[in-house]
Design a binder for this molecule. Structure first.
Ligand code: COA
Length: 161
């Protein structure tokens, strides 16, 4: 595999995180998102893909050659903040640590090295997943796409190297 231009890390044997560099990898991300958000969580198809996808960095995780998880990062505040979103692990791969590995790889991605804060909008059921990664919630619970959420934030300096 040509990894030139990719962010990748062989975190554990056969588990690789890649920053998408071509339409094939991007399609694999969208396929996972479709299955998880539209198929499982009933998010309306017309809002699952949005205007931020074009500018986002998209990441994909493989296990034994199979694409199993994805997330994206969007730079905000002139590049000081990275908003991580669309975090999705295929149902069959959950509980194996891949969500944590994906998040940690994204936080270390070279194109996000200038950010001071990572932010996200966590589905309430996933709060402790993000808390274990060092994110803290703030504000009131709010609804998005019919799903309860909290705003969360993590200073970049807390990212484990
Ligand atoms: C939430 C999600 C990304 C977690 O991914 P995952 O690969 O299953 O999580 P991991 O196996 O890496 O878990 C890491 C830790 O978080 C915990 N955790 C994971 N999901 C959790 C949940 N829903 N509730 C509470 N704890 C959770 C795990 O127990 C594990 O804890 P440990 O380190 O003490 O063992 C995954 O369940 C998912 O894609 N869900 C559907 C889509 C979704 O809701 N995305 C989030 C949108 S904000």
């Amino acid at each position: 595999m040509n990894l030139l231009g990719h962010v990748w890390e062989e975190v554990m044997e056969n588990r690789i995180i890649i920053k998408c560099a071509g339409p094939g990898e991007l399609d694999a991300c969208y396929k996972i998102r479709r299955e998880v958000f539209i198929g499982e969580q009933n998010v309306p198809e017309e809002i699952e893909r949005d205007e931020y996808d074009a500018a986002a960095a998209h990441f994909i995780a493989y296990n034994e050659g199979r694409a199993i998880a994805t997330a994206r990062a969007v730079l905000k505040d002139g590049g000081k903040t990275a908003k991580i979103g669309r975090v999705a692990v295929l149902k069959s791969a959950r509980g194996t640590g891949i969500g944590r590995i994906l998040m940690q790889a994204i936080e270390r991605a070279p194109e996000l090295s200038g950010v001071t804060d990572f932010i996200l909008e966590a589905q309430t059921h996933a709060l402790s997943f993000y808390e274990k990664l060092g994110y803290r919630s703030h504000g009131e619970e709010f609804m998005d796409a019919g799903i309860p959420h909290f705003h969360m934030r993590k200073p970049a300096m807390q990212t484990q190297l």
